[in-house]
Design a protein around this ligand. Structure first.
Ligand code: UD1
Ligand code: UDP
Length: 357
């Protein structure tokens, strides 16, 4: 079984770390393609190094650009590889431009596409990730859902064939890494004390590219930082916009640091008091780590965490962000099995190699 796996952005390296390992375990021949959408050392190389990913067989060096540029160049270059390699299946992850590019190439070459993290839906419907998810789900042959709600979302759109509830591969990785990190070392490096700081991440285009929303969020972080330390590993997109608009002064005493490798993020997250984020991955990892997340979005694909009261949606409301970040207390317990049993990667690999269809 020859499988062409497509990655390009940070969250995909994390998902590939789980699925790639299991594909090899189940005897698949995996060809790994990196579109090059993320290319800074701390957005790409550190994940390959620390998560022991296979070296990409192809790096397509697409880089940054508009959506059409990024998706189009990825498609052209993935198609060349797919024609040459003739895989049995193309695997795509999540909701980025690399995802939809890989899925479109597979569908048009009539190579079955497997979508890992299928079935998520959220408002606003015009956000790039939502467009990428909907298109990818509708042209995939295997749809691997991280939650039961995702299965239901697909059913509502008439998709039920090839749908598998397997759980979330990010949960598999979180469990593996959590027990193998020197958290104390990470806390000392960043001069932080256990459970007495807030972790923040911001990168969604609807937050960074809208100046009013960005100002609200940065001002809230600034206000919070005068009451409790805030550590802010800053995405390059956000950093560039803060530089361009000269907004650093809004951040008060917030400690903006470079993006960190995954094991450091897990250490920072697990030991934080609360998290403020618009990251899909971080919202969920916060729950895995037993830390509530204050979510800078009007809606989320991980809505179950909001419904159970663990995470809270604050959009870009400056006062609400500060109020919830300083005071939100989640219920003492919520269901534990929302994201599967930590064995999603193995289930996906077994299905793909044909052992469990
Ligand atoms: C992309 C994904 C988003 C995902 C996020 C994870 C799409 C449409 N969006 O958003 O779903 O949540 O990755 O982090 O695919 N940049 C650098 N160095 C890098 C990468 C990016 O400087 O290594 C800068 C560039 O100025 C670039 C900007 O960040 O234009 C945005 O990068 P891009 O990959 O286009 O989108 P993300 O916001 O990272
Ligand atoms: N992450 C990391 N270092 C950081 C910020 C995030 O390792 O400095 C990890 C984190 O585990 C997260 C994943 O990268 O789940 C993807 O995060 P990102 O916010 O970039 O993308 P999203 O999940 O929103 O698509």
């Amino acid at each position: 079984m020859k499988i062409l796996s497509i990655v390009g952005a940070r969250p995909q390296f994390i998902k590939e770390a789980v699925v790639g390992e299991q594909l090899r375990k189940y005897g698949a021949h995996e060809i790994l393609v990196h579109t090059g959408q993320h290319y800074d050392v701390n957005m790409s190389d550190v994940f390959f190094r620390y998560l022991e990913l296979k070296k990409p067989d192809y790096n397509l060096s697409v880089g940054s650009g508009t959506h059409a540029y990024q998706t189009g160049m990825s498609m052209i270059r993935i198609e060349e590889v797919a024609i040459k390699e003739k895989p049995d299946i193309i695997v795509v992850y999540g909701d980025t431009n690399a995802t939809v590019a890989g899925a479109l190439v597979g569908a048009k070459l009539k190579i079955p596409v497997a979508h890992v993290e299928a079935g998520l839906r959220q408002e606003p419907k015009d956000m790039p990730e939502e467009i990428n998810r909907v298109v990818t789900d509708h042209i995939s042959r295997f749809l691997f859902c991280p939650t039961k709600r995702a299965v239901d979302n697909l059913k509502l759109e008439g998709i039920s064939k090839g749908v598998y509830f397997v759980g979330d591969v990010m949960y598999d990785l979180f469990l593996k890494v959590r027990d193998n990190i020197d958290a104390q070392k990470v806390l000392e490096k960043h001069r932080l004390q256990r459970k007495s700081y807030i972790l923040a991440t911001v990168h969604r285009d609807f937050n960074t590219d809208n100046e009013e929303r960005l100002r609200n969020i940065l001002t809230a972080l600034g206000e919070i930082s005068h009451k409790i330390p805030v550590v802010f590993p800053i995405h390059p997109r956000t950093k560039k916009i803060i530089n361009r608009k000269n907004l650093w002064n809004l951040l008060g005493k917030t400690r903006a640091i470079d993006p960190v490798p995954y094991h450091e993020l897990v250490a920072l997250l697990t030991n934080s008091l609360r998290v403020i984020t618009d990251s899909g991955g971080v919202q969920k990892e916060a729950y895995f780590a037993n830390v509530p997340a204050i979510v800078l979005m009007p809606d989320t694909g991980w809505i179950e965490l909001i419904k159970h009261g663990w995470n809270v949606l604050v959009d870009s409301d400056k006062d609400l962000i500060a109020e919830k970040a300083l005071n939100h207390v989640p219920p003492s317990s919520i269901p534990k099995e929302l994201y599967g049993d930590g064995k999603a990667g193995g289930k996906i690999a077994k299905i793909l190699v044909g052992e469990d269809r």
